[in-house]
Design a protein around this ligand. Structure first.
Ligand code: NAP
Length: 481
């Protein structure tokens, strides 16, 4: 259980979608689980002219509906006692005085978390105004929501601006995938067991696949999505983190910098992509109308000529002793046939087969992050009766069922970690910028490419070109295996 640390959590963007849908409901769940210090306060902040009563009405209308479990009127009433609201327009520094007074008026805690759940253009002015009123002292931690920039340059600019006022150890850059229990379990699987690690290398692994597939399209977020695309939205951050956790060496400890040093080494070992590599090894796709669903170009607020990718598949290579020669296939897409996030290790075939058909399905390890949190190791098991046939059978563990205990949502875990000053599940500046460096040649190639994205039918598994990308190495995507 987390040690309870007293805190003031200042939540900028408190009236926004993320706060209402995730942050406040997760804080409620932590409150109900008894994980928040009884005196811990939440100061909701945004531009809207509201008093605390008006804000709480809004929270009750919007946020409460996202709390599906553990809701009780009594708990809700005690949770909302923690909450106050303050109007602060980030672009009006004079409005930060009242915030500073409210925070500093409180003597019984010196642990202040400032969560910027706002557009990144507000990060620099918010940090500057916070510093002017002394809310950047060593006891203050600042949380930055993604996206941290739209390319390497803008990411560097944000980091440089924030670094003017906050030290690196005060900065918590969110990638909510790192808060997923199942992704953390990957490290336990690898480093708390003796059986997997000896096989976790190019001697035994033929290829690795990392997938984040969504069934939804862009829905009503066409305008945002069209200037973002799947590469920025998913590859540079979530898929890159999944790759790091899969490929990294054992850290010296689970302390923040030990883990982040090892992740950084993986990103630095990624073979840089030339423009020719992008042409050959990266597929950009866009969903087309099918099964009664719109194509991307027919979606609301999407320009009819848009080339924004709703799908990416890329072959990455890690140039180190452990992984040399093993392709890492990264893919993500909207309007795909299934909603799944998973890591698949395909093992090499046996040299010698004494069973009739064992070559048909070499071993495979599937770590599913969603919709279930499970691990499945496909092994060959003899078919009953006469004959010497085997068939692939999964040794499967569903974490939710196998291990008792409440499984917190990623944002809850991350919020508690910030309150408790634990940095391990947050991105360090150098990691983030190295990840941007790796994706930049893809963005640059696409900006100049005469080739439009490959179409793929809505609710399919992506363009044919992505199938061909794997076929060249004798591989298949997981759903085809
Ligand atoms: P949103 O619904 O548009 O809310 C924006 C928030 O920022 C509102 O609370 C708004 O306050 C506040 N705001 C705007 N201008 C302000 C100003 N000048 N001073 C102070 N506050 C101001 O956005 P969101 O969806 O919550 O997203 C917030 C950030 O998180 C964005 O950068 C987004 O990309 C990122 N993010 C969102 C999600 C998600 O699922 N929504 C997921 C991951 C990352 P008023 O309402 O009072 O104007």
């Amino acid at each position: 259980m987390n040690k309870q640390t007293n805190f003031d959590l200042v939540l900028f963007g408190a009236t926004g979608d993320l706060a209402m849908r995730k942050l406040l409901p997760c804080l409620y769940q932590a409150h109900v689980a008894g994980l928040l210090h009884p005196e811990g306060r939440i100061l909701g902040v945004s531009r809207s002219e509201l008093d605390t009563g008006g804000f709480l009405e809004k929270v009750e209308t919007h946020s409460k509906i996202h709390i599906k479990q553990n809701f009780s009127d009594e708990q809700w009433a005690s949770f909302t006692k923690r909450i106050q609201y303050l109007t602060v327009d980030v672009t009006r520094p004079e409005q930060f005085d009242a915030l500073a007074e409210t925070v500093k008026a409180r003597k019984e805690t010196d642990n202040v978390v400032i969560y910027l759940s706002t557009a990144p253009k507000f990060f620099a002015p918010a940090c500057e105004a916070l510093a002017k009123v002394g809310l950047n002292a060593p006891n203050v931690r600042i949380v930055l929501e993604k996206p941290l920039g739209t390319d390497l340059k803008s990411s560097q600019e944000i980091n440089t601006d924030v670094a003017r006022y906050f030290k690196e150890e005060q900065i918590y850059r969110i990638d909510h995938y790192l808060g997923k229990e199942s992704l953390q379990n990957l490290l336990a699987l690898r480093f708390a067991n003796v059986v997997f690690e000896p096989l976790w290398n190019n001697k035994y692994v033929k290829s690795v696949q990392l997938t984040i597939a969504e069934q939804l399209g862009v829905e009503e977020r066409g305008e945002f999505y069209d200037i973002t695309g799947a590469l920025r939205d998913m590859v540079q951050n979530h898929l890159m983190q999944m790759l790091c956790m899969t490929a990294m060496e054992a850290p010296k400890s689970l302390d923040a910098d030990d883990v982040r040093d090892e992740k950084m080494k993986v990103i630095k070992s990624l073979k840089p992509l030339t423009s020719a590599d992008v042409d050959a090894n990266v597929v950009r796709g866009q969903y087309t109308a099918d099964k009664g669903m719109n194509g991307y170009l027919q979606e609301l607020n999407v320009p009819s000529e848009s080339r924004t990718e709703t799908y990416v598949a890329a072959k990455a290579e890690i140039d180190n002793e452990r992984w040399k020669g093993v392709p890492f296939y990264l893919r993500t897409g909207k309007r795909m046939a299934g909603k799944v996030a998973e890591i698949v290790l395909n093992f090499k075939d046996l040299d010698n087969h004494i069973y009739e058909n064992s070559a048909a399905a070499p071993n495979r390890l599937v770590i599913e992050l969603q919709p279930t949190e499970s691990v499945r190791l496909y092994t060959q098991v003899k078919t009953p009766g006469a004959g010497n046939k085997v068939e692939p059978t999964a040794l499967a563990v569903d974490m939710g069922q196998a291990i008792e205990g409440r499984r917190a949502e990623a944002y809850e875990r991350l919020l508690l970690d910030v309150i408790n000053g634990k940095l391990a599940l947050f991105n360090r500046r150098d990691e983030l910028e190295a990840a941007w460096e790796w994706v930049m040649p893809i963005m640059e190639n696409w900006e100049n490419s005469p080739v439009p994205p490959h179409g793929y039918a809505a609710h399919s598994w992506g363009p044919e070109a992505a199938r061909e990308l794997l076929a060249r190495n004798g591989d298949k995507w997981h759903e085809e295996q």
